[in-house]
Design a protein around this ligand. Structure first.
Ligand code: KG4
Ligand code: ZN
Length: 401
C-alpha cells in the first residue's frame, strides 16, 4: 500500500497543491501562479497574494486530486507549508490543509518551506546523509547542513538581501518585470563582466553573505551613467552582477564543503534555476571536490511548488512530526543556526576528507532507535526543534490503497 500525501504550498505568490506517493513520485503538482497580478507593482503585494490564494485554492485542490486520479479517501496524510512566508498567504494554505485533515480524519504534517526546497532533490535521486544544501531564493540565501533526515542547521546566511531579491531589485533598474532572475540570467550570458562589482564578504572568516552592497553598487553605476547621458550595455551589467553573485555563492559553498565533509551538495530554491550558478558550482566541484555529487532539481521544481512540500512531509511523517488544529502560520520560521561558530576556512581551498554517507533508510532507522530512548513526559505537546507541534502520540496513519 503506498503512502499518498496531499501537500499544500501558499507561502508567497504561488498557490500549489500536489499528490506525492512515497515521498518520491509526483502524481500531480498543480501550480497557480499570480505573477501577472504582481508584475505591475514590481513585487509581491501581500494583500493581493492572499486574495488570489483564497480564490484559487479550492480549484487547485480539485485539479491536483483529479490529475493524480485519487480521492480524499485514498490519502494517507495532508501536509502544508506553515512558514516562512507572507502571513496572510500562509494562513490560506494552513486553513485549507487543516480543513481537509479535519474533515477526512487525516494526520496533518507541518512543513518548513525551506525544507521543501531542499527535499525537492529527492525527486532527482536518493539522498545520503550528511549533506549540504545551498538554498537560494527570493527571501533566503543559506548554507544548510542536513546531518540526518529532517535535521537542518544553518551554517551560513545572508546578512541583508537574499540573492533572488537582489536579482529582482537590479532587474527593476534594467526595466525587467518582476521576477527578474530568469531574464537577468539570460542577458548575463550575452555579456561580459566588465564592471567588476564588489564580491562582498568573499574573504570573511565565516560562511555568511551580503548582497545589498552589490545591489547599491549596481544601482549607483546605472544612475551615474544616466546623469551623464551615457548608455551602458545591459548585457554587460547583467553579466557583471551575475558574476559577482556567483563568485560569492560558489566560494562560500566550497568553504562550507571543506569544513563539512559530505557526499552530496544540493542546490535549491528559485535561484537554483540560474544557468550560470549551476554551471559554476558544477565546475568548482569538479576542481575542488570531484567526489561530491551535485544535485539540482529540474527548473519546474526549483521555484515554489507543493511537490517539494510533499517530499519533505514524507520525512516528517516518518518522524511522526504532526500538528493538530492549533497549527498556525509562522512567517518567521527558520532553521536553527548551527551552535558551533562557523569555521574560519580559506575560501576555495579544501582538503578532500572521507565521509561515511548514510542512505535515507539507514539514517531514519538510526533516528528511530535514538527516539526510543525514554523522554521525560509532559502533558503539553512537545514544541519540536523547529517549532512545529509534535503530538506525543500520533494518530493512526490511514492507508486505504
Ligand atoms: O524560491 P522562489 O520561487 O520563491 C521564494 O521562496 O522566494 O524564488 C523566487 C526567486 C525570485 O527572486 C526570482 O527572481 C529568482 O528566484 N529566480 C532566479 C532565476 N529564476 C528565478 N534568479 C536567478 N536566475 C534565475 N534563472
Ligand atoms: Zn521558495
Amino acid at each position: 500500500m503506498s503512502e499518498l500525501i496531499l501537500a499544500f504550498e501558499s507561502s508567497c505568490d504561488e498557490t500549489s497543491v500536489a499528490v506525492i506517493e512515497d515521498g518520491t513520485r509526483i502524481l500531480s503538482n498543480i501550480i497557480a501562479t499570480q505573477i501577472n497580478s504582481h508584475k505591475r507593482f514590481g513585487g509581491v503585494v501581500p494583500e493581493v497574494a492572499s486574495r488570489h490564494h483564497v480564490e484559487q485554492i479550492t480549484e487547485v485542490i480539485d485539479l491536483a486530486l483529479k490529475e493524480a486520479q485519487v480521492t480524499y479517501t485514498d490519502l494517507t496524510a495532508v501536509a502544508v507549508t506553515y512558514g516562512p512566508g507572507l502571513v496572510g498567504s500562509l494562513m490560506i494554505g494552513v486553513t485549507a490543509a487543516k480543513t481537509v485533515a479535519f474533515a477526512h480524519h487525516l494526520p496533518l504534517i507541518p512543513v518548513n518551506h525551506m525544507a521543501g526546497h531542499i527535499y525537492a532533490a529527492r525527486f532527482v535521486q536518493p539522498l545520503t546523509y550528511p549533506l549540504l544544501a545551498l538554498v537560494v531564493s527570493g527571501g533566503h540565501t543559506e548554507l544548510v547542513t542536513v546531518e540526518a533526515p529532517g535535521e537542518f542547521a544553518i551554517i551560513g546566511d545572508t546578512r541583508d538581501d537574499a540573492a533572488g531579491e537582489a536579482y529582482d531589485k537590479i532587474g527593476r533598474v534594467l526595466g525587467i518585470p518582476y521576477p527578474a532572475g530568469k531574464e537577468v540570467d539570460r542577458l548575463a550570458h550575452l555579456g561580459q563582466d566588465t564592471f567588476h562589482f564588489p564580491r562582498a564578504m568573499v574573504d570573511s572568516d565565516d560562511l555568511d553573505f551580503s548582497f545589498s552592497g552589490l545591489k547599491s553598487a549596481f544601482i549607483n553605476t546605472v544612475h551615474h551613467a544616466d546623469q551623464i547621458g551615457e548608455t551602458l550595455s545591459r548585457e554587460d551589467l547583467a553579466a557583471s552582477f551575475q558574476a559577482a553573485v556567483i563568485d560569492v555563492l560558489v566560494a562560500k559553498t566550497m568553504a562550507a564543503l571543506a569544513a563539512h565533509p559530505v557526499a552530496q551538495l544540493v542546490l535549491a530554491g528559485g535561484v537554483a534555476a540560474n544557468q550560470g550558478l549551476r554551471a559554476a558550482l558544477a565546475a568548482a566541484l569538479a576542481t575542488h571536490h570531484p567526489d561530491i555529487t551535485l544535485i539540482v532539481p529540474p527548473v519546474r521544481l526549483t521555484g515554489d511548488n507543493a511537490a517539494m512540500i510533499g517530499a519533505a512531509a514524507h520525512i516528517e511523517l516518518a518522524h511522526h512530526h504532526l500538528a493538530d488544529e492549533s497549527l498556525t502560520a509562522t512567517p518567521g520560521l527558520n532553521f536553527p543556526r548551527a551552535s558551533e561558530a562557523a569555521p574560519a576556512v580559506a575560501t576555495g581551498a579544501s582538503q578532500p576528507q572521507p565521509v561515511a554517507a548514510a542512505t535515507e533508510a539507514q539514517a531514519l532507522a538510526g533516528q528511530a532507535r535514538a527516539a526510543q530512548t525514554p523522554q521525560p513526559k509532559s502533558g503539553q505537546p512537545d514544541l519540536g526543534h523547529r517549532g512545529e507541534v509534535v503530538l506525543p502520540k500520533p494518530g493512526p496513519v490511514r492507508r486505504r490503497r
